[in-house]
Design a protein around this ligand. Structure first.
Ligand SMILES: Cc1cc2nc3c(=O)[nH]c(=O)nc-3n(C[C@H](O)[C@H](O)[C@H](O)COP(=O)(O)OP(=O)(O)OC[C@H]3O[C@@H](n4cnc5c(N)ncnc54)[C@H](O)[C@@H]3O)c2cc1C
Ligand code: FES
Length: 281
């Protein structure tokens, strides 16, 4: 069993949990993910490692409750335990001294960008970070990102904090000014798609982290397949990071919507019988 040592709610839908998982923490690297199951009959949920502490033996996850399993996870807090917690999975980020790197995170995508930005800074890069959200209440980890960045830009879609624009606006300006060697853009599919469209024009390599639908997370089921540079890749073993200019985002987003009807029914059933333990499965 994997104990939840801490839980913080950031908004109605977004929360952080710190999980006791020493073996995962010992091997974790930026860019990797875990797969957890709340209980023995539960769904497997892939989540990016947002932070790790090798000494304390903990992994931090930041989750947006979107459906049945992430809603159920949200009901658990300090002292509760998870049945399974597998990882680290996926290939780690390639951390080198590239020069100047822009790290852009959108929504909960800021959390997975954080360990990457920290490692890039430690490797000697100049790190310019963009923290973006729909509104002020959804802004995440601004302070943590500031600590590991040489420069921090905050944007909100509605102008309630920082610059009143989409993440792509400062990204375009930075590319236009020149001197950017690499870009990391992590967030919803649509945000990554438009970040890549923006940077493509300036020919600046842009790495994205894809969150396709996953089942086994080990390269055997094929559920997470995506098209990159015209080739089929498995996000769980070939990724989760890819060259964003090569990714077919429209295919990714349409595959993410594949089980929408079943997911809706499952969430409605869960919400109808909350409190009845049997229905939580
Ligand atoms: C490698 C990887 C890392 C991820 N990291 C994070 C993370 O750090 N934080 C986080 O909040 N989420 C992350 N996700 C997404 C997360 O796994 C899904 O949101 C979760 O599995 C949804 O489960 P559910 O049962 O609550 O919702 P479901 O009922 O299964 O789905 C509800 C709705 O959520 C959307 N959805 C479902 N699965 C995904 C998915 N894989 N990606 C995007 N949208 C999805 C669909 O629109 C769907 O209709 C990651 C996914 C992958 C593959
Ligand atoms: S999740 Fe099954 S192959 Fe990747």
């Amino acid at each position: 069993m994997y104990k939840i040592l801490d839980k913080v709610d950031y908004s109605d839908d977004v929360y952080m949990q710190v999980i006791e998982a020493p073996a995962v923490a010992a091997a974790a690297q930026p860019g990797q993910f875990i797969v957890l199951r709340i209980h023995e009959e539960g769904e497997r949920i892939p989540l990016t490692i947002a932070d790790f502490d090798r000494e304390a033996g903990t992994i931090t996850i930041v989750v947006q409750a979107v459906g049945k399993s992430t809603r159920h996870l949200q009901t658990l807090g300090k002292g509760d335990s998870l049945s399974n917690f597998i990882g680290p999975l996926g290939l780690p980020s390639e951390i080198e001294n590239y020069g100047t790197v822009v790290c852009a995170g959108g929504g909960v995508g800021v959390a997975p960008v954080y360990p990457i930005a920290r490692a890039l800074k430690e490797a000697g890069n100049k790190v310019i970070s963009i923290v973006a959200a729909r509104n002020k209440s959804l802004l995440l980890w601004e302070d943590k990102m500031r600590e590991v960045s040489d420069e921090l830009i905050v944007t909100t879609d509605d102008g309630s904090c920082g610059r009143h624009c989409l993440v792509t606006e400062p990204l375009k300006e930075l590319c236009e000014a020149g001197g950017v060697d690499l870009i990391y853009a992590i967030g919803p599919g649509i945000m990554m798609k438009f970040c890549c469209k923006t940077t493509e024009e300036y020919n600046v390599k842009t790495i994205v982290s894809l969150n396709s639908i996953m089942v086994d997370g080990t390269g055997m089921c094929g559920a997470c397949r995506v098209s990159v540079g015209g080739e089929t890749k498995f996000v769980c073993v070939d990724g989760p990071e890819f060259d964003g200019h090569q990714v077919d985002f429209d295919l990714l987003m349409s595959r993410q919507r594949q089980y929408l009807e079943q997911e809706k029914i499952s969430k409605e059933l869960y919400e109808e019988c909350r409190g009845d333990h049997k229905c939580l499965k």
